[in-house]
Design a protein around this ligand. Sequence first.
Ligand code: ATP
Length: 351
Amino acid sequence: MITRGDIKEILDRYKSTTIATICSHTALQIFHGAREEGFKTLGICKPELRGFYESFPLAKPDVFVEVEDYSEVLDDAIQKKLRIENAVVIPHGSFVEYVGAENILEKFSVPMFGNREVLEWESDRKKEGRWLNAAGIRMPLVFKKPSDIDRLVMVKFPGAKGGKSYFLARNEDEFHQGIEESGMKGGEYMIQEYVIGTRFYPHYFYSPLTGNTEFLSVDVRYESNIDGMVRVPHIMDNLDPTFVVTGNIPVVVRESLIPKIRDMGSSVVESSEQLFPPGINGPFCIETICTDNLEFVAFEISARIVAGTNLYIHGSPYSQLLYREPMSTGRRISREIKMAMEGGLLERIIY
Ligand code: ATP
């Protein structure tokens, strides 16, 4: 396992800092924010995508490292190149998906923003549940076996694939039919209560340098085909809903609910400090549904920058109350690195 000590040794040899990530997911926002904070940037990119990134002059990375496949970031030559460039890698959803949480912990010997241990906690459903429970946040009920199903449930499969192949069932028969049709027979699954309400995906940033958990913005995911179904209500019974993320929609929250949202963020930070010290730092998102009792139920936590923050490159209705300048999550990451460099505290926020 790559230790904090290993990463500190590399950081001590760095002569400057380059903000780096894989060209996907939130890379444009990350590079744009890094440029605003005065950093050099580096994009790990497939050749066919280079032109796309070059077409955004305010966000294109200063340096490209081309790879045929993103799993190549684990190759010694690429890791060496990143270290030579003084790279601090910003993990995002695609980065974790392509490289794998375990590989990052075991094989990726390049400094990364945040606590890499946290990626294991968010990608393992049992650990994620322990974490949210320890934070006192309500989660949907889980049914141990299909015969226990007594309400609408969502059947989920392992891995963050944007809700791909998940299905809904109202009883044991529908469960077996869904498993058959999903082609996931014999695999692992989780039967979770389907919570009816409105979805909110609040974006937080925890800074151990200031001790604050900032509520920076919030979005709602736009999912196909479930979000298109309401347009054809008369035939909905004959359709199978799917939950594939295709975009993100901006939203503001009823003001009286904001204290609850802030409390959830702070509790998640506090419980992370107890479960895997020193705990989480940087951006994270709690995926929630707000019921008509105005109670939040959390079904997932993403312990890194999430794609919904792309809406707010020029700030959100909430970040504008925290910062005088446009503050995206991407820029906030670079601001944190800058503050840590000034205070000689880089090793606290980079692992
Ligand atoms: P990602 O890792 O990209 O967040 P995922 O594959 O882990 O995606 P989820 O986020 O768990 O998938 O779920 C996909 C979508 O399904 C959610 O955005 C939400 O719309 C819906 N959903 C998930 N769990 C529930 C639930 N318990 N009740 C109601 N809707 C849910």
